[in-house]
Design a protein around this ligand. Structure first.
Ligand code: HEC
Length: 125
């Protein structure tokens, strides 16, 4: 029986490439980490805006934002996207540094609608 030997590796490659596709888009990763939460849980981004996120959460959010800074968004101009992300990074760094007013700055920078309407495919928000 030679067939299974041929099938197993190709099934493995398909599975691996599916995993890779989800990992590949740092924008989605950042959104899923910071801007989405299971039902009944607060989004980490909301906690940052309230000043209740842990330092580890703020750090991980900062890393996730940094990973999306040089990504090409699915829609709109890369330069405009980068500018928004840079603001978000700056605001998150201030939260991490515990600057006065940092949480309010973060709330202003994390404008879902302003960014989605320009850069998210088929903007629904
Ligand atoms: C600086 C830009 C920017 C900001 C700010 C932003 N988003 Fe996004 N978001 C995007 C982009 C771009 C996508 C589309 C990613 C893709 O599909 O390639 C996206 C996608 C998403 C997704 C779908 C993720 C997925 O797995 O497909 C969710 C959920 C989301 N955003 C939530 C939010 C919420 C909630 C906020 C505000 C608290 C927010 N985002 C703020 C740029 C932004």
């Amino acid at each position: 029986m030679k067939l299974p030997r041929l099938l197993i590796p190709s099934a493995f490659i398909v599975a691996a490439s599916l995993v890779f596709a989800a990992e590949e888009n740092p924008i989605k990763k950042a959104m899923q980490y910071a801007h989405k939460a299971p039902q009944g849980e607060k989004k980490i981004g909301d906690k940052i805006g309230e000043g209740t996120a842990t330092e580890a959460e703020v750090k991980a959010t900062l890393d996730a934002y940094k990973a999306m800074e040089n990504c090409k968004p699915a829609r709109g101009e890369q330069a405009a996207f980068k500018e928004k992300v840079a603001k978000l990074i700056g605001a998150t760094e201030e939260v991490l540094a515990k600057k006065d007013g940092a949480a309010a700055n973060y709330r202003a920078a994390v404008n879902c609608k302003a960014c989605h309407s320009e850069h998210k495919p088929e903007a629904k928000k």
